[in-house]
Design a protein around this ligand. Structure first.
Ligand code: IPD
Ligand code: CA
Ligand code: CA
Ligand code: CA
Length: 264
């Protein structure tokens, strides 16, 4: 796979921040964990990784804007391009030593996602996509799974935790989906849930109350793997609404059909 200059920048930044996360994973007790809200943890690992990503991406593309979970918004001179970055997606997993977490870097040009990288340093899985060029896991081209019957499918979701989201709605959604699928999963890192859909490991995924950095890279990676991504109502508003559903076109449509009326 020939890597573009842009992808080179993104992959190098993700790998450097990934080495930092890996070091910190070995020293969880020294990471000065604090709470941004109930069960909303942030640690030195999140902050160090974000600092590196901001430094590397800004050095390579000085004018681009940057939105990172821990640093908020930075406005660049080039108003057309914006990085959307989660330096550590799956902080709760990370702080428990569960190796399901990732760095997520999306790039938007004039409101359209044009590139994405999701990197799990724990197993060295690197997911990449550029608009029109396909999606990859390391060197391997990705394609979403082809199953068309929900009864054959493994679907993942996100679950609201203490202090966040509508727990009653979540229970209704889970019950409806659970009754129709081969398996329901909750892995705990939205970016990787989407990467798994792109890789055909999962047939579909939905979650509410996400932030743009949880799913920017995931969206382009799923789409470039031939999948469909939308808000839970079926509109192209996932980044704005924070609610996302994805899968191949058939499973995506099935999930929207079940989930949309429940949210009313
Ligand atoms: C979280 C993870 C998790 C999702 C949460 C997100 P963070 O991101 O993606 O899977 O359920 O809603 O906030 O805080 O670990 O970067
Ligand atoms: Ca967080
Ligand atoms: Ca996140
Ligand atoms: Ca995060």
């Amino acid at each position: 796979m020939l890597q573009s200059a842009l992808m080179n920048v993104m992959v190098k930044a993700a790998r450097r921040a990934g080495r930092s996360l890996k070091r910190d994973l070995g020293e969880i007790e020294n990471l000065q964990v604090s709470l941004k809200g109930p069960a909303n943890f942030v640690s030195l690992a999140d902050k160090r990784a974000e600092e590196m990503l901001l430094a590397d991406l800004t050095k390579a593309r000085p004018g681009y804007g940057f939105i990172g979970e821990e640093g908020g918004v930075r406005i660049g001179d080039d108003k057309t391009h914006t990085w959307i970055v989660d330096p550590l997606d799956g902080t709760t997993n990370f702080l428990h030593g569960i190796p399901q977490f990732a760095i997520s870097i999306g790039l938007q040009r004039e409101g359209t996602l044009i590139a994405g990288v999701i990197y799990n340093p724990a197993n060295d899985e690197l997911y990449t996509a550029e608009r029109g060029k396909g999606a990859f896991l390391n060197d391997q081209r990705l394609r979403v799974a082809g199953r068309r019957q929900l009864g054959d499918c493994v679907i993942a979701c996100g679950l609201p935790h203490i202090g966040r989201g509508d727990h009653e709605l979540s229970r209704r959604e889970m019950t409806e989906i659970q009754n129709r699928v081969a398996g329901l999963r909750r892995f705990g890192a939205a970016s990787l849930d989407m990467a798994f859909v792109a890789a055909g490991r999962l047939d579909g995924y939905w979650e509410r109350n996400l932030q743009p950095w949880d799913m920017a890279a995931g969206q382009i990676i799923v789409r470039e793997a031939g999948g469909t991504v939308s808000g839970i109502e079926g509109n192209d508003d996932a980044l704005k609404s924070g609610n996302v559903v994805c899968g191949n076109e058939y499973i995506h449509a099935e999930l929207v059909k079940i989930l949309k009326p429940l949210g009313k």
